[in-house]
Write a protein that binds this ligand. Structure first.
Ligand SMILES: CC(C)(COP(=O)(O)OP(=O)(O)OC[C@H]1O[C@@H](n2cnc3c(N)ncnc32)[C@H](O)[C@@H]1OP(=O)(O)O)[C@@H](O)C(=O)NCCC(=O)NCCS
Length: 206
């Protein structure tokens, strides 16, 4: 997906692009920073224990996958937030992508997550086969829920006891966004191959 150049709501340069392998050290720093700033993420500071070379491989695998996306938001060139979409490799579920978004606290409230979600949605539409996005969000994360609802996600379910922090369980909403059917549904029994549609690459595995 091509890069976007925008302005944040307070007028700063906001760029969104896919992570490249060379961003691996910045990606690890950004995730570590964000993990220490909120309890709403699945991991806490110090949990990740991922090396730079592992992160490079992860970024490479995300870039290769046609139904996954790993996007970086930068404010004036500084890493500010990220969006991840994980797509399934199985033919029956690979039209679905699970989204995760986080923004460094210093950049909250200036439209970074909003722009990241727009980028994710446009990317999904451009893939021409991702027709459903979903995500999980803690039921007490009002800020994130408001963002997702404004982008068209609806609450599809409640998952209890999804997070456990210092003796307290937290529930999650499962939220979903249905996108237009832009290609015929991939028929079952295609043995991992995509049908031949314009712009598609025959026989490709995810
Ligand atoms: C939730 C989060 C991603 C929002 O990122 P952000 O860049 O601050 O969000 P934006 O500035 O794009 O604002 C998007 C929406 O968030 C909500 N929001 C933003 N600032 C807010 C505030 N101060 N109070 C309440 N809601 C707020 C609003 O709905 C806003 O939309 P609006 O234009 O209608 O006001 C960010 O706070 C974050 O990373 N939090 C910690 C990690 C997290 O919770 N991730 C989501 C896990 S599911």
């Amino acid at each position: 997906m091509e890069s976007w150049k925008l302005l944040s709501t307070d007028g700063q340069e906001l760029a969104i692009r896919e992570f490249t392998e060379d961003d691996a050290p910045d990606a690890l720093d950004l995730f570590e920073q964000m993990a220490g700033e909120t309890d709403f993420l699945l991991y806490a500071e110090g949990d990740a224990k991922i090396s730079v070379s592992e992160e490079r491989k992860y970024i490479a695998s995300m870039r290769e996958s046609r139904n996954s996306l790993f996007a970086l938001a930068e404010i004036c060139g500084e890493p500010a937030g990220s969006a991840i979409v994980h797509g399934s490799r199985w033919p029956r579920t690979r039209h679905c992508g699970t989204v995760g978004i986080a923004v460094a606290q210093v950049f909250w409230g200036i439209g970074v997550a909003s722009a990241l979600m727009d980028y994710v949605t446009e990317w999904a539409m451009k893939t021409r086969f991702v027709s459903k996005l979903d995500l999980q969000v803690r039921t007490d994360n009002e800020r994130a829920i408001r963002l997702y609802e404004r982008k068209g996600f609806v609450i599809e379910g409640l998952l209890t006891r999804q997070m456990y922090i210092d003796g307290v369980y937290f529930d999650h909403y499962w939220m979903g966004l249905t996108l237009p059917d832009v290609v015929p549904l991939i028929p079952n029994g295609t043995n991992g191959k995509l049908p031949n549609f314009p712009g598609g690459r025959q026989g490709e595995l995810f």
